[in-house]
Design a protein. Sequence first.
Length: 276
Amino acid sequence: MPALTYLHRLEHPFGMHYACCAAWGACYATRFDLAVVIAVLANFVAIISGNPLNAYADVRNDIHTDEKRHLAQAVQEIGAGKVLALAIFEMIFAIALAIAVSWRVAIGVGLILVLYLAYNLEPVRLKRRGYSGPVVLAIAAGLLPSVTAYAAAGGQADPAVWLVFSGVAALATGRALWWAVPDRAGDAHVGSRTPAVAYGTRHAINATTQLTVGGLLLVGGGLWFRFGLVWAAVGVAACSAFLIARDMPTARQQLRYGMSMAVMATIVLAAIPLLA
């Protein structure tokens, strides 16, 4: 069981983070029924299915990264073939759930899975191709689940909501870039040209800050247009707390502080349309 937990990255606060990513978009349509619950579940399964696939593809990287060596050991314990088969099964299950809801949800979940495959697997493997990696990961785990849940809940085209979703995607891109900084040694060892490897740690941290500021402007603007200045200030304050953790040097510190702040920010964003 610990090996499966590690492979799916469900240790705290990741499990809560994935649940928030899967569900919070529906809050902006403020409708919750069985179809929405199934769509959120499809989102969640699609998101976590990318983690065993990532562990399978990253064995050579993780074995050279002290704080991620446990992921490589989990793959070795279960067996690489079984890990890949598990990821494929979960992806099929996610798309089956999505199809049961609607074609819109199926398209959203299908795109999430396609991006995870492109992110992890050769010959594409966008993870090792500069900024393509964090951008694709942010879209797959941030933007698309939000839009999919919003569509399942009957959300309509609303410029303010799209500003919020776009802002969250920018924030997620910054976090994905930041999260890869402690992996720099392992990525460099196997020739992955992540931004931290290609341009250096300081460049990656600066880019994370710039993306976070841009995301805050988009989120704040969307919340202001939709709910007013006070709620915009609440949302921006919650999301900006992540900046305090941007210089955390180890994955353990990032997990304990930075990701916990990201989870709290997502919970606040989900609560705003329900309370405003």
